[in-house]
Design a binder for this molecule. Structure first.
Ligand SMILES: NC(=O)c1ccc[n+]([C@@H]2O[C@H](COP(=O)([O-])OP(=O)(O)OC[C@H]3O[C@@H](n4cnc5c(N)ncnc54)[C@H](OP(=O)(O)O)[C@@H]3O)[C@@H](O)[C@H]2O)c1
Length: 283
């Protein structure tokens, strides 16, 4: 199936939907698009896409990719389209994905849920990875076409799992960015610029990343013993960061949130254990 050109429908031409449709066109597929605001389709039409007047016109496509802002905005659009195979790339919760899978099943639609771990500019490049879950027969059949968008990773038949991975991975990104911005604000109180500080932050992040496998192994085993760095020392360090942030006149909600977690784990008796033991407080 991978060699022949298929008719692919794309519902939603926001920043991401436009990038998805563009990558499919670039691979030579016959692309039919629909968007609430049809004017956004202009550049894609210039490249050979066809504009559908209604979502229903996409129902005859070989398969349809949807990428709208939310599940709420998407629900009526999908109900009006009900394609043979749907690959839903709209972000949401695992429950929303499973609810859409249940609708798809009742409407006779083969359903694959997906989450895009990339920005629109990364679509179609080696930097893009898209995580999928749902119908393995549909995924296998369309894997080669989906590979045009980014590296496809199939997580299994559970349609809720991609959204769970998405939010877990984004959580790492958001907390890392919050930590970095707090650091920039802190060193900025003494005139240190982002340009000066960022190379140091990047080298440090690379060292910190090296700890993740060990932390994961401790979480998996439940053995939190350490001869490296105990939680109470780290909780004390966080208190110093919070105090210094106050003294330097900036906000301290980022370290305070982490300190609360660490203190909670210390109170549960994990003071001499490794940082991995904080998971007991989070759980
Ligand atoms: N941008 C990213 O970096 C990125 C990365 C990963 C995942 N995603 C996910 O991709 C999805 C789309 O993101 P985006 O960046 O493309 O957003 P966007 O640029 O804001 O586009 C939103 C799309 O949803 C449509 N839409 C919104 N409300 C609608 C409604 N009530 N009825 C019909 N269509 C409606 C918009 O149509 P109009 O053009 O008519 O407004 C547009 O096509 C989101 O779920 C997002 O989380 C985005």
């Amino acid at each position: 199936m991978g060699e022949s050109k298929k008719q692919v429908g794309v519902l939603g031409l926001g920043r991401m939907g436009t990038a998805l449709a563009g990558a499919l066109l670039g691979a030579g597929h016959d692309v039919v698009v629909w968007n609430r605001s049809p004017l956004k389709a202009g550049p894609l039409l210039d490249r050979g896409a066809r504009l559908a007047a209604t979502p229903a016109e996409l129902a005859s496509a070989d398969f349809v990719v949807s990428c709208l802002s939310t599940y709420d905005s998407q629900r009526p659009v999908l109900a009006a389209c009900a394609p043979k195979v749907l690959v839903n790339l709209t972000s949401g919760t695992p429950a929303q994905a499973r609810e859409t899978a249940a609708w798809a099943s009742s409407a006779g639609v083969e359903y694959v849920d997906g989450v895009i771990m990339a920005v629109p500019q990364g679509i179609g490049t080696a930097q893009a990875r898209i995580l999928y879950g749902g119908s393995s027969s549909a995924f296998d059949a369309w894997r080669d076409v989906l590979a045009v968008l980014g590296e496809p990773v199939f997580l299994g038949e559970d349609t809720g799992l991609p959204a769970l991975y998405d939010l877990a991975l984004l959580g790492i990104m958001w907390s890392t960015m919050a930590g970095y911005l707090h650091a920039l604000a802190l060193v900025g109180t003494e005139g240190v610029t982002p340009e000066t500080f960022t190379p140091m932050a990047l080298a440090w992040l690379s060292s910190v990343g090296g700890f993740l496998s060990g932390i994961g192994a401790q979480v998996a085993s439940g053995d939190y013993r350490t001869d490296v760095s105990a939680l109470d020392i780290n909780a004390a360090g966080l208190a110093l960061l919070e105090e210094t942030s106050r003294e330097q006149g900036i906000g301290f909600s980022v370290p305070a949130a982490v300190r609360e977690l660490f203190d909670g784990a210390v109170a549960k008796g994990h003071g001499s254990h490794a940082i991995a033991s904080v998971i007991e407080e989070i759980r």
